[in-house]
Structures are given as C-alpha cells and as structure tokens.
Design a binder for this molecule. Sequence first.
Ligand SMILES: [Zn+2]
Length: 176
Amino acid sequence: MYVGHIGIALGVKGWKRPIPLSALVIAAQGPDWIDTVASAFHIRSDHAAMWSHSLPSAFVVALVVGVMAFVGWRSFATASTFFATYLSHLPADYITGRKPLVPGAPLLGLGLYDRPRWDFAVELIVILVGWLLWRTSLLRERRNRPAAWMLLAGLIAIQAAADFALSIRNANVRIF
Ligand SMILES: [Zn+2]
C-alpha cells in the first residue's frame, strides 16, 4: 500500500485526537521506513522485506514503538494505538502487494500492484474513509476550508501518480 497508509494514520487521528498526526503517519509507514534505510545500506530487497514486513519483525518493532510511545505519553491507550497503527501496515500491504509472512517463507498477498486500477480503488477507499474520520477532528468551521480539501486532493493525486507509474512498469514487464 502507498498513500493508504497515510489514510489509516488520518483515520486514527480522527479517533485519537491528542496524538500528533505526524507521529501516526511515521508509525503507519514504519516498515517502509525500515525498507528505505535497508536499501540505503544496499541490503538485498528480499532480505529487507523480511526485516521490515514479516510478521515477527513487525511485531517486535511495533512493541518497541509502543514502549517508546508509553515513555513519551505515559498512556497505555496511546502506546496501544501506536502498536496497532504500526501493525496496520502489514494487512494493508498483504492486500496490495506480496510480502514474506515469516522469514524464509514465499511471498504472500493479493498483489494488487499487478492491477493498478484495483490498487487505486482500494487505496482511494482507505484514503477517503481516513480523511473523513480525520475531518471530524477539526473544528466545525474548519472542516470545509480549502486546506482540508487540498489535503484530500493531494493524497489522491499522489496515489494516482503511483498507480500510473505501476501501470507503465507492468506494461514494460509484459513487453520485455
Ligand atoms: Zn510496506
């Protein structure tokens, strides 16, 4: 999942309003950040996926994130929210992509990236629901301000660009 992870963070923000949105976004994207760091160190992508997106590694990192949140906020509810937000990454990615559930196992997932229109439809729903929930956290008079709508438009545009890039990549894979 691409922008859908931000949609999930927005939805959590609508539900748990005192938690900063930026921290929720980082937690929701967590495994992808580990992937990014791993690729910066030239770690093979299948090894990086195992360290970032397998169930055991995600569970351990989610626990660490939860403990850090507890230290920072002194709230078990907030720590649990961060733990769950981090772990939300996995089911989302198993719907749109293919990841190793446990180290050494074959990749698993619906692989919607092979069908970018379907990926766009699924991520659009997640973005829309998340944005609507986030919008409830705004003061009533701010909910229709251009900035709120621009956020939604921006997220959809980034997702559309990502799926367009996927469709070009898929077409190239079929040609060559
Ligand atoms: Zn991911």
